[in-house]
Design a protein. Structure first.
Lengths: 360, 360
């Protein structure tokens, strides 16, 4: 029986034929999980037509043998990259592909040194990431579960909000609920921002307490069965002012427009522009200080990027966030974020939680 | 009034004089926090005699202005490393130091390209890490609090253990207690390993349930005021067998010996050897599959490394973990870990929790 891991390794081998490399060095944990199922925290993978080898240290040997079937596992001696070099030498690989955005200058130097200059090192950027962008049916089913779970956690988080609690309390409660509902953990540090702190798109929870007439931004995601979700909702404690209502309406319309634009074949830059256009119409374009969204999967930030001028076209199986927002110092911020999957003929919103302005 | 950040930047400038570089590029978040107080998640810092500049994106501009005083903040245009290159060009830096273990091959290429070949790029490894190894009194005071908090969480975690709970439940409870006690979060993914899974030194919590006559390894740490702690305890559900008792005694003696060896001036390799020697005496040396410990601070793994053959000598202000263990497939594992700080004339154990075998 062939596992998805086996099939994916075959896809790498087939892509390698289009390059000059005879094997590919993989150092990103999400990539080696994608290709082998190995969940250890340190190691390096070498995929070639002759088979796949994993080098890891003593802490992860048992795990490697249990999780990664159909590949060779070798325990590192000395530093990881010296051992990888030795493996390359022993396997007589003369052309090794590596991802220049994932190997540090000193790792490349060390692995090069260990092969004694007998191998050529070729930049092969983003090969596994390209495969990972197109999720298969099983991955989408898993991400749907992760997204639904995030929506449920969001609703519990919102119910927990009341004047007097600290941002840290809300973050603790939210991450506790994630685990209670079965997540293996948060996909990223949960963002809880009250009042003026909501003007920081990536605020870290502090001991600030929630007061009346403040905005609340909750941005959270879970990892479930290795896959991430990511959702944001904005609430107001009390009755929102007219300005807050207008801003909220603008962000919601921007998000709706971007979701509608996120179709199979659309360019990523056009999806970003759809959100930006709406906010410009409200004269709020200058308050939208980040991009519209990002790919989501084994990592919480993956390709494709939904940002200004991105020319890549959406394809079936792409899972992305759509998360426009507006931010003003001294006032706060509003962001609404959902996860969507692009199908051949439609776009499905994976996260399920009401999107109207929440007044507490 | 000069902040510690200011003093540390001056130390970097003074170390730079011993190199050919006129400025240092810093891309590791822990390093830029150490030098400026900036807690954003994306950016790059350039420290030179002419002052310090931070390049970051729109999401972190407000935060940068609030947190990082006495430095220039510039918003990135295009990619981060293009903007850094532009900054280097505008500042007429001709020799830029960078850490080859922290810059990827493509980041170096991108920043080099953006300066149009007018700057020389010099590898300057580990300069800020070297400063960070010697914690000052305020840092040690903060780490003492983080260590005590971890000990308290450990004791709550142990009280939570009972047959039938899942590893994931214990991890959720532990991380919830961290936050309740004031931590900003876990320093790393909490390790909860029951029974045979305790043979994996870095097991991730699963839905496995705790049964009678099983070992339990809990390895946890908190972040408090930006600094990390790290503690491990091993428990047994029921009355431990003679073998488990002997193994536990061996690990405890190994840890005690390593703590005694961890004195100002001792070599890191000798501390590792002290633990290894004891386990060898028990004929358990082959089951100790990792190194004895690691530095701890703003990051959970820092220099110095306490591993075989490490020649670096311990100095006052070094904070390290001491964590020998034994692991056997099919049986489980035992690990005991505490954090210690090296003073000029003594070594202080920061973590406070009983170290005897816990029987539940």
């Amino acid at each position: 029986m062939k596992t998805p891991f086996h099939r994916r390794r075959r896809a790498v081998v087939s892509l390698l034929r289009e390059t000059k490399a005879s094997c590919l060095l993989i150092t990103n944990p999400a990539n080696w999980y994608y290709l082998t199922g190995f969940t250890g925290e340190s190691g390096a993978l070498l995929v070639s037509q002759k088979g796949t080898g994993l080098v890891t240290d003593g802490r992860f040997m048992v795990q490697a043998h249990e999780e990664a079937t159909g590949i060779r596992v070798r325990q590192q001696k000395g530093s990881l990259f010296e051992s990888v070099g030795q493996y390359v030498k022993d396997s007589h690989f003369s052309q090794v592909g590596f991802d220049p955005s994932q190997l540090t200058v000193s790792q490349l130097q060390s692995v090069r040194g260990a092969t004694g200059g007998r191998s050529q090192w070729l930049p092969v950027p983003g090969m596994v990431e390209t495969l990972r962008m197109r999720k298969d049916a099983a991955e989408i089913a898993q991400m749907r579960k992760a997204a639904i779970l995030a929506g449920e956690v969001m609703q519990r988080g919102i119910r927990f909000l009341k004047p007097g609690i600290r941002e840290l309390d809300a973050a603790a409660e939210i991450e506790y609920q994630m685990r209670k509902l079965g997540a293996s953990g948060p996909a990223f540090e949960t963002i809880v921002a009250f009042g003026e702190r909501a003007a920081l798109p990536h605020a870290r929870p502090t001991s600030k307490r929630l007061r009346k007439n403040e905005l609340v931004v909750l941005d959270l995601g879970v990892i479930l069965g290795h896959y991430c979700s990511d959702i944001t909702r904005t609430a107001f404690v009390g009755r929102a002012t007219r300005r807050i209502r207008t801003w909220y309406q603008a962000v919601l319309e921007a998000q709706t427009a971007a979701i509608a634009a996120a179709k199979n074949g659309a360019s990523c830059g056009d999806v970003d522009a759809a959100a930006r256009q709406v906010l410009k119409g409200y004269r709020l374009g200058h308050l939208f200080v980040h991009s519209t969204g990002h790919g989501l999967g084994l990592e919480v930030h993956e390709d494709p990027k939904l940002a200004r001028g991105q020319k890549r076209h959406l394809e079936p199986g792409n899972v992305i966030t759509i998360e426009p927002g507006v931010y003003e110092e001294g006032i706060g911020g509003i962001r609404i974020e959902d996860d969507v999957v692009v199908h051949a003929d439609r776009t499905e919103v994976l996260t399920r939680a009401p999107r109207d302005l929440i007044e507490i």
